[in-house]
Design a protein around this ligand. Structure first.
Ligand code: SPV
Ligand code: MG
Length: 435
């Protein structure tokens, strides 16, 4: 009789007793094929893998009793099930609910069409295995590991999505929010943006470089304490060159991955005011000196300095923006951010297309607050690499809080707002004490 084929998908970067026990059971059912989940798929639904795909593959190939190791590119098992037609698919029973539920249902549908069977073993709740995973998660928040992660995720995905965070709580939202996508995958944000607008607004202050660096670093620290994702810091103008070098060193030491500085001088106002307020663009030479000083100040090769071009905001034209982009890259900028406050994305795409035709590698950053009809897929087609959603969380929170305050004033009691507030039970248990 032909030996049965058994299929198991693995993503873990530490193999512990729980995994060995399930592998031992699986291999008794027949020839065991292990599908190794790609780094991109792993990071879409759980923590970023500390051990990359190629290394994890070697790890599994050397496990006793494993017949074959293959790549599983997506969370969906579909492609590999169609190739290998396993008699059994083995999994822990922890995927019966939660984000993996639709994946499990698809597996059942496919294998039952040819008589295959799903075998589920009880998922180990042993505290020692949970401790190992917590330990790995803490590794990810170490400064050098967090700092490197932005370059890694950029290489891996080509286009990454970044959401603003201005506190520990918003950091947790960006860290943990996961959704099921229509085509079967899962999606999370890749990194966090510490915006000067949101950091200032949260403190009830205008976005004019008034909130000092010590306070901005405190916000970063609050976020870092409870998250692991890479951080992009809005460094405003970067201040004086002599001060900027200190900012770079501090950010790098903290584990921030990138600082973005804009080419303006004097009293900085938020770019979305455009030409309604007086704003002065720095001259090219001066700004290049600041970039060069920052690059010289950093100690590791991982930290990135991104130059933000304000030419379109200040309506001085595409040619000026391109001239600046070339000069800033030459001065050492690791990425270019182009900004616009137009609703239509035409001037952004004109810049991106032109810049990409002459420079294929420098990452391009956009902040589509005004030109918000453009999808991430469209940006990717044009060659954009980083899409930052710069202010939506704080803009969502403000009207929600204001409505509650008004309702309590109107009703002389809080009963009416109960339905639009998170319950007391949920708020007191939202954040576990041992996070
Ligand atoms: C910020 O979020 O603070 C920014 C982006 O700098 S913008 O508000 O569009 O200028
Ligand atoms: Mg800003």
């Amino acid at each position: 009789m032909k030996e049965k084929i058994v299929y198991m998908c693995m993503s873990t970067d530490v193999i512990h007793g729980g995994h060995i026990s399930i592998i031992n059971k699986a291999k008794k059912l027949g020839k065991l094929i292990i599908g190794v989940l790609s780094d991109e798929a792993v990071s879409s639904y759980k923590r970023f893998p500390l051990v990359p795909y190629e290394e994890r593959k070697i790890l599994y190939q050397n496990l006793d009793g494993v017949y074959k190791v293959v790549e599983q590119k997506e969370l969906s098992y579909k492609k590999n099930l169609e190739i290998y037609k396993p008699d059994y698919v083995v999994h822990g029973d922890n995927w019966k609910s939660g984000y993996q539920k639709p994946i499990r249902e698809e597996v059942i549908e496919i294998i039952s069409s040819y008589g295959g069977q799903l075998v589920e073993y009880p998922y180990s709740k042993d505290q020692k295995y949970k401790d190992i995973d917590d330990m790995m998660r803490r590794e990810l928040s170490l400064p050098n590991i967090r700092c490197q992660r932005l370059r890694k995720v950029l290489d891996m995905k080509g286009l990454i999505t970044v959401m603003e965070a201005h506190s520990g709580l918003t950091g947790l939202i960006v860290e943990k929010t996961t959704i099921n996508e229509e085509h079967g995958g899962l999606k999370q944000f890749d990194a966090m943006w510490v915006s000067s607008l949101c950091d200032s607004t949260e403190k009830g202050k205008p976005d004019i470089e008034l909130v000092d660096m010590t306070s901005r670093f405190r916000t970063i620290d609050d976020i870092m304490e409870v998250t692991t994702k890479p951080i992009i810091f809005d460094g405003d103008t970067g201040g004086l060159k002599e001060h900027f070098v200190y900012t770079v060193r501090t950010l790098e030491r903290m584990g921030v991955s990138m600082v973005i500085i804009e080419d303006k001088i004097g009293l900085k106002k938020n770019s979305l005011f455009g030409t309604e307020v007086e704003q002065t663009q720095d001259d090219i030479e001066n700004f290049c000196e600041k970039i060069k000083a920052g690059k010289l100040a950093q100690k590791s090769k991982d930290f990135m300095i991104c130059a933000r071009i304000e030419s379109l905001i200040l309506e001085v034209g595409l040619e000026d923006a391109l001239k600046r982009a070339r000069a800033y890259v030459k001065a050492g900028a690791d990425a270019i951010m182009i900004h616009s406050r137009k609703k239509e994305p035409d001037e952004i795409f004109d810049f991106v297309d032109k810049f990409r035709s002459e420079n294929k590698i420098t990452p391009i950053v956009v902040v589509p607050t005004s030109f918000n009809s453009v999808t991430e897929e469209e940006f990717k087609k044009h060659g954009v690499n980083i899409v930052i959603y710069a202010n939506q969380l704080i803009r969502a929170a403000f009207p929600a809080m204001q409505n509650v305050a008004k309702s309590i004033l109107q009703n002389h009691r809080a009963k009416e707002v109960d339905d639009i507030c998170i319950s007391i039970k949920d708020i007191i248990t939202l954040i576990p004490e041992d996070y």
